[in-house]
Design a protein around this ligand. Structure first.
Ligand code: CMC
Length: 437
């Protein structure tokens, strides 16, 4: 944070003295006005529900320019990372700040690979869940439970333990998601296989059974890897802010990441990919392409709560750059699997075209986001819809843990404690029962 020579002056119409507020410059992006001393100086708070104008921290990990539709991980454009790097290189970059050289990549990959198995007792913990439990419910429990299974890496004040828990989380998430899936499907868990890539190993743990050999399809392997890269981090979104807030109390990383998983589940955030596919199924059931017009009318009706899932973003007021890349992958996968004529995928492509040409969406700058296409790709690959958000959680884990570690090493970090504008009853006295009502 570089202090600017500019200052902001806040004046009051009630005659109270004005206050001067420092301004800081980031390396790119808007300046920020430092209001930390505002309450001490004026007795007033700021009011910003939804954090529309509030930077909650400083961070050097991910930069988004929503108007331009730009996303940078540690300065590198997502378009270059998606084409030139794999997911584990991306993880290294996000965690440690630089892209690995060949030796660093090999060492990091080996380290992750050696941590992919989970404690054998975890399968018995999993057995406590109903077979039909939603994978995100299961995953929230499993990730939180990691603090019970790996108590030797929960001291957040020890950088070595923090690093081990980061590696454990990145390595074990695919195993846990696959276990949640297999439990639900009633199939035996597949142990990780270390000779496979991160994505191929995950596919095998999901789709293989002990009865047959499993050969990963390279197009699908690359598509999954790209989904992971595109979801790896996204600066201070709801789940990342949840992780930071949770960890700001000093709790252990597994507990904080479990909070992130829980937050991600919501349909306005990571749950959008599942909600998007459910929406497509519903339109399909109501008549498919022919009923898109009626559906769009519902979306535009202020009295209905229907939204076009997979469209719109708090920060991107231009095409989500991840969506462009995911769209490309989507077509690659549909081609490779011969699914271009599948009615659901045709419906999605028609819906996208109609929405992009509709004034309602144009005026509000609502473009497809990454989840519109990632859901379609996952569906094409054969991943059950209920597992989509768990895959998002798997990929975002590196971002969460990197942001958590960044916060803990920031000398300015404090426990998160927002204030409020109180609108309830002022002080009053409890009346005896006979006088109430
Ligand atoms: N369908 C229809 N109208 C929409 C949509 C949508 N998907 N998104 C926003 N709007 C309208 C909204 O009704 C409002 O209209 P008006 O100005 O007439 O009241 C205007 O656009 C602004 O919307 P907002 O709700 O104030 O915007 P926000 O920044 O608070 O919400 C959002 C962002 C992502 C929650 C919202 O666009 C949305 O609900 N989208 C659908 C869910 C979705 O796809 N979420 C995934 C986000 S990307 C993955 C991730 O990072 O988690």
């Amino acid at each position: 944070m570089t202090p600017s020579s500019d200052k902001a002056t806040l004046s009051f119409s009630d005659g109270a003295p004005s206050v001067e507020l420092p301004i800081y410059k980031g390396s790119v992006g808007p300046d920020v006005i430092d209001i930390r001393k505002l309450y001490a100086q004026t007795g007033k708070f700021t009011y910003d529900p939804g954090f529309l104008s509030t930077a909650s921290c400083n961070s050097a990990i991910t930069y988004i320019d929503g108007d331009k539709g730009e996303l940078l991980y540690r300065g590198y454009p997502i378009e270059q990372i998606a084409v030139h790097c794999d997911y584990l290189e991306t993880c290294y970059l996000i965690l440690y700040g630089e892209l690995p050289d060949a030796a660093q990549k090999a060492a990091f990959t080996a380290r992750i690979t050696q941590h992919t198995m989970v404690h054998e007792q975890m399968q018995f913990f999993l057995r406590g869940f109903r077979r039909d439990a939603h994978p995100m419910a299961v995953l929230t429990g499993l990730v939180g439970a990691m603090s019970a299974f790996y108590p030797d890496s929960i001291n957040v004040n020890d950088p070595h333990q923090r690093d081990i828990s980061a590696i454990r989380l990145i390595a074990k998430m695919p195993t846990l998601v696959a276990m949640a899936y297999k439990y639900n499907a009633g199939q035996p868990y597949m142990y990780p296989q270390n000779k496979l890539s991160y994505a191929a190993n995950y596919m095998r743990m999901m789709f293989a059974t002990p009865c047959d050999d499993y050969v990963p399809n390279p197009v699908i392997e690359r598509a999954l890897d790209r989904i992971f890269i595109l979801h790896a981090d996204h600066e201070q979104n709801a789940s990342t802010s949840t992780v930071r807030l949770c960890a700001s109390s000093g709790t252990n990383p597994f507990a904080a990441i479990a909070a992130g998983v829980a937050c991600l589940w919501g349909p306005a955030h990571g749950g959008a990919n599942e909600a998007c596919l459910n929406m497509l199924d519903e339109i399909q059931a109501q008549g498919g392409v022919a009923s898109i017009g009626k559906f769009i009318e519902q979306v535009k009706d202020k009295n209905s709560s229907v939204r076009l899932m997979g469209f719109g973003h708090r920060v991107y007021k231009n095409y989500d750059p991840r969506a462009k890349l995911m769209r490309e992958t989507c077509h690659e996968v549909l081609d490779a699997l011969g699914l271009h004529d599948d009615p659901l995928f045709k419906l999605a492509m028609t819906l996208e075209k109609i929405a992009l040409e509709d004034d309602y969406f144009i005026q509000r700058k609502l473009y497809p986001n990454v989840d519109f296409y990632s859901g379609i790709v996952q569906k094409a690959i054969g991943i059950p819809v209920s597992l989509f958000t768990a895959n998002f959680a798997l990929a975002r884990t590196v971002g969460w843990i990197a942001q958590l570690n960044e916060m803990l090493t920031d000398p300015e970090y404090k426990i998160g404690r927002p204030r409020q504008l109180f609108t309830g009853a002022a002080r009053r006295d409890v009346k005896p029962m006979a006088q109430r009502g």
